[in-house]
Design a protein around this ligand. Structure first.
Ligand code: SAH
Length: 262
């Protein structure tokens, strides 16, 4: 199954006592681009307090799905992650919030994912945590590690968003969106030869001992991904420099001829 990965991720709040926390969680979801909220047997919902705390995210509350049991909330999810404010007796595969964000984002490309948040007073019970493939713990102050439930939702949803943004920024430069085609390898080679020649004429490079300069310059230009227009501007600049050197030499030779030997 494919689709918008944001729609494949659901945040499940289990037995929430305070409706204000449900509203704050809805806001946290929407801020991070998520929208699927599931409420397992909430104590008080719908509630005005939830609407107030949701600020502009009433749509997330309106579309929240209320179910009686956790099993109903996660039935069609192929990955279930449970959040926990403390270490549990039986160790379970544990991920950091960042790893959780990456895993949830990547799996949401192909299937539905649920992240569970527990009750304000006692979190998720063991039976609920054992339905999860992974547990995630926000590494807060060890002496005071329990966050407000909606604040924990915010942290986890933020990491999902970061994973999404990292994926976007890690994508190679899209030349489809560029106004000029990229410079082909052969033109780059001609440019490097031209550059080396010019740098030697300028006596910036020594022909007999060029060292690593050209390698470093190649690396620099490869990082930049020159387009054809940029490359031809650079070639034009090199030609102007060469002309300048050529005519300067001629002028100096002429002046040397005109100056009588003393
Ligand atoms: N006294 C409870 C704390 C519940 S806090 C307990 O010890 O479990 C309510 C919910 O907020 C938790 O069930 C969890 O979903 C989330 N939460 C709070 N702090 C968290 C943390 N440090 N890491 C991950 N989730 C946390």
């Amino acid at each position: 199954m494919t689709g918008n990965p944001f729609d494949q991720i659901r945040i499940v709040l289990v037995n929430t006592t305070h409706p204000g926390n449900i509203g704050a969680a809805a806001r946290a979801l929407k801020n991070m681009g998520l929208s699927r909220l599931y409420l397992v047997a909430p104590k008080e919902f719908p509630a005005d307090k939830a609407v107030w705390r949701s600020a502009g995210a009433v749509d997330v509350l309106d579309n929240a799905i209320v179910v009686e049991t956790l099993d109903e909330a996660i039935a069609d999810c192929a990955l279930v992650v449970g959040t926990s404010a403390r270490e549990r007796r039986i160790p379970w595969p544990l991920v950091t919030p960042r790893e959780c964000g990456d895993r949830v984002w990547s799996e949401a490309q192909s299937h539905r994912v649920a992240i569970l948040f527990g009750r304000e007073d006692r979190g998720l019970v063991n039976e609920e945590l054992q339905k999860c493939q992974y547990h995630v713990h926000i590494p807060a102050n060890p002496d005071y590690s329990s966050l407000n439930m909606a604040a924990a939702v915010q942290v986890i949803c933020y990491e999902i968003r970061m994973s999404h943004l990292n994926e976007l920024s890690g994508k190679p430069l899209q030349f489809n969106d560029w106004d000029q085609p990229p410079a082909p390898a052969q033109d780059l080679e001609f440019y490097y030869q031209h550059l080396e020649e010019t740098l030697i004429e300028l006596q910036f490079l020594s022909e007999t001992n060029p060292r690593q300069t050209m390698t470093r310059l190649r690396r620099l230009f490869n990082r930049v991904r020159l387009d054809q227009m940029e490359l031809s501007i650079l070639r034009g600049m090199l030609t102007s420099i060469q002309n300048y050197i050529f005519y300067s030499k001629k002028r100096m030779e002429k002046e040397a001829r005109q100056t009588p030997n003393t």
